[in-house]
Design a protein around this ligand. Structure first.
Ligand SMILES: [Zn+2]
Ligand SMILES: [Zn+2]
Length: 316
């Protein structure tokens, strides 16, 4: 007999889940507004009013997000030069290391958004002068990394984590379910993909090879109503489609969904570096070349890794 919803919710708050770098990363940056704030920071914005004016984000929401990003050592605060009352939010090394993730969001947008791009369309790789075209490649073999080339292997002592993201989960749901007032809708398309925990985890579970409803449900340990609604959303976003296979339904990743993979992979690499602690990564992502994949975006013209300070907007 199905349990009442309230009991399910209670169980979710107290449950432990298999340790996951993706879940840890999403606990820090898995929120639509947070991703948009990071995008602005990588474009050189530093002050509260710059974030506020460019994103049209409610002040209270911005205040909470900046405080959380500072608490998580993504930003550090310092007084602006000559104006000691004005604070600047600057990216720490841990924050700068999220650039591959921001590029992954941009990459998805560039390929799939018919509207305004997440970052300007006129980006240039400063070292070679070419208009920016990026590829997500393995550091070991220099080949492109696609989801199908990666095998996920549990660390021997993977362990469990407490349920994450309690504080922001309500807002995540809101951001996913309805556009944030005043925000540009096109900005929200890609960011909401990674702005809702269960949608992400359902998609990631399918990426890892689970294709039927019961396989995904067992892998995530979530209630039927939550999983059904998230699968429906993923189908609605055209990231997966439902394919009848005899008496069962297989969930299959669409090409548009495949291009979400670099977002997840770059978040996992980041969390492996910054959130794994002394125990090390809970899972290893092994590339088809046989090496543990540490993937990054490179410039397709000169094949150098892309760094935030080396990518600029073309002056017309
Ligand atoms: Zn490789
Ligand atoms: Zn280049």
């Amino acid at each position: 007999m199905p349990k009442p919803a309230a009991q399910n919710d209670q169980e979710e708050l107290t449950a432990r889940i298999p340790a996951s770098s993706l879940v840890r990363a999403l606990g820090v940056v898995g929120d639509a507004w947070t991703i948009l704030i990071l995008k602005e920071a990588f474009q050189g914005r530093k002050r509260f009013n710059e974030f506020h004016d460019n994103l049209r984000i409610p002040r209270q929401t911005l205040m909470l997000r900046l405080a959380a990003l500072a608490d998580n050592q993504i930003f550090y605060r310092r007084p602006a030069q000559h104006r000691t009352l004005v604070q600047e939010y600057r990216l720490t090394p841990k924050g700068l290391d999220l650039y591959n993730f921001i590029l992954a969001v941009w990459y998805w947008h560039q390929r799939w958004s018919s509207q305004q791009l997440f970052l300007p369309d006129t980006l240039v790789h400063r070292s070679c002068g070419a208009p920016l075209k990026a590829a997500f490649v393995c550091r070991c073999c220099d080949q492109e990394v696609h989801r199908r080339d990666v095998t996920f292997i549990d660390a021997p002592d993977r362990g469990t984590d407490p349920q994450p993201m309690k504080r922001l989960s309500r807002q995540n749901e809101d951001a996913f379910n309805k556009p944030v007032e005043g925000a540009r809708l096109d900005d929200l398309v890609a960011t909401t993909i990674v702005g809702d925990r269960w949608s992400n985890l359902a998609l990631f579970s399918i990426f890892q090879g689970h294709s039927t409803y019961s396989e995904i449900k067992d892998a995530l340990g979530i209630s039927s109503n939550i999983l059904s609604s998230r699968l429906k959303k993923l189908v609605g976003l055209d990231l997966i489609h439902a394919e009848p296979a005899g008496r069962r339904i297989d969930y299959v990743v669409t090409p548009r969904g495949e291009d979400v993979y670099p977002m997840f992979h770059s978040l996992i690499d980041w969390a492996d570096r910054w959130l794994a602690g002394s125990k090390g990564p809970p899972q290893f992502l092994v590339h088809s070349c046989g090496q543990i994949t540490d993937a990054r975006f490179i410039c397709l013209s000169c094949r150098a890794p892309l760094r935030a300070w080396d990518v600029t907007v073309r002056q017309s």
